[in-house]
Write a protein that binds this ligand. Structure first.
Ligand SMILES: Nc1ncnc2c1ncn2[C@@H]1O[C@H](COP(=O)(O)OP(=O)(O)O)[C@@H](O)[C@H]1O
Ligand SMILES: [Mg+2]
Length: 374
């Protein structure tokens, strides 16, 4: 069985990783389509679909709930006898809020946290929050049996690796030395030592970005006390998420493009996956120029052009020039791809996805991309 169908049949989570812009969101959606085509009940958790793709998937409104794509539309896009495809846009803030509500010791505590200005800032801007909340959402769905397979698109983080260490980083941020410093500054007596708190605040604010306004120390202090209440819940969950990342039910698909920058990043990411004891189950080389690695030569093209009945009205030279450029680019890409092949080993499962002429923005285009998997 080809690699992607094999993963679809044997895994519960397929996470698509890669550097920015290589096609993680597109490939995630296409993998989900391929799963639906195989009759699976599949959910794709997506992060940042381009507007037109989001519109055609029906997730533009960001309801925070999975949206089921109507069977009719899957049939129209060319699937026969599809399973069920749901799409959900990840929303870090909403997930964090839900976690607070779930883990707080009382409704009064959760209300206080949700209303806190520091919390509001932190839940959206603290490093790692988006990555971590993606994991939380995923874990939530894994614990239900609603979906046979979950495909995870990963956030456009500065560094794709951030995603892998999100649980550890978020726990460090919330339960780190600076936070403990804060908590300690309340002492056993629960009265605030202003000096200590101010020092601690400087530390934390450096990490959070500056927040000004009156009463910030009071707000901060209140939040620390309340979050302290949640520490146990968060760290325990982060530990569990982290362990599941490395389990058999997870597959990692590394998406790259046939460009030297994207390829070096993919190789770097692969190395770090290994260091983190995570498997790299498949490589997807996305947007490969059609023609790369085929026998099409410029001479053949010139021959065909001269034989064709199409009246180019003196535009032959421009057409030839465009074709020459395309062939040159395809050759340069083929060199990149074979260098990549050499590095990952000839046994490593790699799938090439041809570049579509246009952006991939609707279900039929996704079905087209998915056809490269089988
Ligand atoms: N195989 C492909 N053919 C044509 N366009 C593609 C292909 N893969 C991705 N794209 C386009 O490239 C852009 C970036 O893709 P996207 O999936 O959003 O990347 P990422 O999620 O990695 O940032 C989008 O406009 C998408 O439609
Ligand atoms: Mg994306």
């Amino acid at each position: 069985m080809p690699i992607i169908p094999d993963l679809i049949e044997s895994k519960r989570v397929i996470a698509c990783l890669g550097s920015g812009g290589v096609g993680k969101t597109t490939i995630s959606a296409a993998v989900a389509i391929a799963a639906a085509a195989r009759g699976k009940r599949v959910l794709v958790l997506t992060i940042d679909p381009a507007k037109r793709l989001a519109d055609s998937l029906g997730v533009s409104l960001g309801s925070g709930e999975p949206q089921v794509i109507e069977t009719e539309r899957l049939l129209d896009a060319g699937l026969t006898d599809p399973g069920e495809l749901s799409v959900m846009m990840l929303d870090a803030k909403r997930t964090f809020d839900a976690l607070v509500v779930r883990h707080a010791s009382s409704p009064a505590v959760s209300e206080r946290i949700l209303g806190n200005v520091f919390y509001q800032h932190m839940s959206e801007h603290l490093g790692g929050t988006q990555d971590y909340m993606a994991m939380e959402t995923l874990l939530g769905f894994l614990e239900e049996d609603r979906y046979e397979l979950i495909v995870l698109d990963t956030p456009p983080t500065r560094n794709a690796l951030d995603f892998l260490t999100a649980p550890e980083r978020l726990t460090d941020a919330i339960d780190g030395p600076a936070m403990r410093w804060f908590v300690k500054s309340f002492d056993g007596s629960k009265t605030l030592s202003f000096d200590l708190l101010a020092k601690g605040a400087a530390l934390v604010l450096r990490g959070m970005g500056r927040i000004t306004g009156s009463g910030f120390l009071d707000q901060m202090a209140a939040l620390i006390v309340d979050l302290n209440d949640l520490f146990g819940g968060f760290s325990e969950r982060a530990g569990r998420v982290s362990a599941r990342f490395r389990g058999d039910e997870f597959a990692y698909v590394l998406v790259s493009a046939p460009k030297s920058g994207a390829i070096s990043e993919a190789l770097y990411l692969r190395e770090h996956l290994q260091q983190q004891s995570m498997s790299c189950d498949a490589f997807v080389m996305n947007r490969v120029r059609v023609g790369a690695g085929t026998t099409t030569s410029l001479a053949e093209v010139e021959q065909q052009l001269s034989e064709s009945n199409v009246a180019l009205e003196g535009g032959e030279e421009a057409v030839l020039q465009a074709i020459r450029e395309n062939i040159a680019l395809a050759e340069a890409e083929a060199v990149q791809v074979s260098a990549f092949r050499e590095r990952i080993g000839s046994e490593a499962p790699m799938v090439a996805v041809p570049a579509g002429g246009e952006d991939v923005h609707d279900l039929s285009a996704l079905v087209e991309v998915a056809s490269a998997f089988s």
